[in-house]
Design a protein around this ligand. Structure first.
Ligand code: SAH
Ligand code: SF4
Ligand code: F3S
Length: 485
């Protein structure tokens, strides 16, 4: 029996005439059952299915959380829709930069319009933004039409909160400061049939001085290795070929658990043993904790993808120190060189922040120097965004004109070096995992090389989810145009 069928059996086992059990996940199975009764009744009254729309902002962690939300929504009887003119709308929010935050407030206004037309509609907000007091106060003051608000630590309680949402009046707000709990075995609905994220740890203890994630995601905690391997086995049995192991700093996996707990490289070896899994990815690696053992495991592996996302943030040792990143320009360069020496075909990608408080033209030159030396396959370049409550918010901010100037220079350098670097496989034939029909041209498919580079090639949708050999005819900056070999 599959994972979802097992959960189905557990939900059916709950006696809904009794009060809810205290133990998890049984308690949530009970509330899934309770919610089913409500949704069934409402749908009978309306004479049509009830529709739920789930919108996700932010990173891979949030994307995985949204699959858990979708699993519950499906399990209690909602039909999924992309339209926000629905019976239930949930935004899973991000607050890593202010623009992510603004986008949510921007879209909320439209939801209020839909709700006026459909008074039975429910609006829910969850995710990282909800862990900020200021946001909650603003919502309570000016967005009274929101029905349900919860945070990152109690997402597993979604079924129970939904039940409250349909049986109580007024705005329900349930936010936890932190948690040490990890609840397993809840429903999940994957966006892709052939690939999946797998959480290996939650939270972050690094407190980079610009970053809000440790405040909204709580302290670092690792999932038990046997739970991770069990999940990967279930995924493989369900046809998944590629897993992405997720954590804010996967290289510190298990470290807080003390002696005897599995390390990240050891975990990778275990995941590699799972039959049916053909590609293993992971995100994100903090340069300060990347071990020789990890490089060795990657080098020997047949399944771990030839890609490392290694956020640099800045190439200036002075700025890195103020960022609390705990490595230097030189140690980063040495690490990148070692990785390239051991695994020559690997792609290294990175994140860069431009305009951190006190950053000068000379600091930006250091960043450019690192870009030229490492030659990243891709770099996500962000303008520094001041996050309330982080140490950097209290530092003197860099002048806007200088930030713009540095940003343009750094971006130009990234584009130039990446263009040169990415094209190194031009003319070769390489395996591509086909992910979807091309958004612009439906005669084309889009997939990825092991090293994560995107490839477009003409082909039929029946190839989606398969690994096929593609000849990489032409490199167009960050991606390839090819043909099936
Ligand atoms: N845990 C990951 C990063 C998660 S956040 C790591 O340590 O690498 C993803 C990226 O957002 C970061 O790498 C950083 O480049 C960017 N970022 C985080 N906080 C930011 C801020 N305040 N302003 C601009 N970019 C930020
Ligand atoms: Fe943020 Fe740093 Fe943690 Fe990454 S490692 S999530 S940048 S605090
Ligand atoms: Fe955003 Fe939260 Fe991820 S703040 S980047 S969604 S951990």
């Amino acid at each position: 029996m599959g994972y979802m069928e097992d959960i189905e059996v557990m939900v059916d086992k709950q006696d809904l005439t009794l009060p809810p059990p205290a133990k998890e996940p049984e308690r949530q199975y009970y509330f899934i059952g309770k919610c089913r009764e409500i949704i069934r009744r409402k749908s009978e009254e309306a004479g049509r299915p009830l529709y739920a729309c789930s919108v996700c902002f932010g990173c891979q962690m949030n994307a995985r959380d949204s699959e858990k939300l979708a699993g519950i929504l499906r399990s209690i009887g909602f039909e999924e829709t992309a339209s926000e003119d629905a019976d239930f709308v949930i935004y899973n929010t991000c607050t890593v930069r202010d623009n992510a935050n603004q986008r949510v407030f921007g879209r909320l206004g439209a939801l209020n319009g839909y709700k006026k037309k459909n008074p039975g509609m429910k609006v829910a907000l969850c995710g990282c933004m909800m862990q900020e007091d200021l946001v909650i106060r603003k919502l309570q003051k000016s967005y009274g039409f929101v029905d349900l608000i919860f945070g990152t630590h109690n997402l597993y309680k979604f079924a129970e909160l939904l039940y409250r949402c349909y049986t109580e009046t007024g705005m329900i707000v349930d936010i936890w400061e932190d948690t040490d709990k990890i609840v397993e075995d809840l429903p999940v609905e994957r966006k892709f049939s052939f690939k999946s994220g797998v959480n290996i740890m939650f939270g972050c203890n690094n407190f980079c001085s610009y970053c809000i994630v440790p405040y909204v995601r709580g302290r670092e905690r690792s999932r038990a290795p046997e739970e991770i391997v069990r999940e990967v086995r279930n995924l493989a049995a369900d046809g998944v070929k590629e897993v992405m192991l997720l954590g804010q700093n996967v290289n510190s996996y298990g470290k807080k658990q003390g002696e005897g707990f599995m390390s990240f490289p050891e975990l990778l070896r275990e995941v590699e043993k799972v039959e049916g899994i053909e590609r293993i990815r992971f995100m994100t690696s903090h340069p300060k904790d990347l071990s020789d053992e990890l490089i060795q495991v990657m080098k020997e592996s047949k399944k771990i993808c030839r890609h490392l996302h290694l956020p640099l943030q800045s190439g200036s040792t002075r700025i890195l120190e103020k960022m609390n990143r705990r490595y230097t320009k030189e140690s980063y360069l040495a690490l990148a060189e070692k990785i390239r020496r051991e695994i020559p075909d690997i792609s290294i990608t990175t994140d860069i922040i431009v305009g951190f408080p006190g950053e000068t033209e000379k600091d930006a030159e250091d960043t450019i120097d690192v870009i030229k030396k490492v030659r990243f396959d891709n770099a996500f370049t962000f303008v520094y965004s001041k996050r309330t409550g982080t140490p950097a918010a209290a530092m003197e901010q860099a002048p806007q004109a200088l930030v713009r100037e540095n940003f343009d220079k750094i971006l130009a350098c990234v584009q130039e070096t990446a263009r040169e670097r990415v094209r190194r496989f031009e003319g070769l034939t390489m395996p591509v995992l086909v992910e979807e029909t091309n958004e612009q041209d439906s005669a084309f498919l889009t997939g990825r090389l092991s090293n994560n580079t995107v490839v477009h090639f003409p082909g039929d949708a029946s190839l989606i989810g398969q690994i096929v050999d593609v000849t990489l005819d032409r490199c167009e900056g960050f991606y390839y145009i090819g043909k099936k070999a």
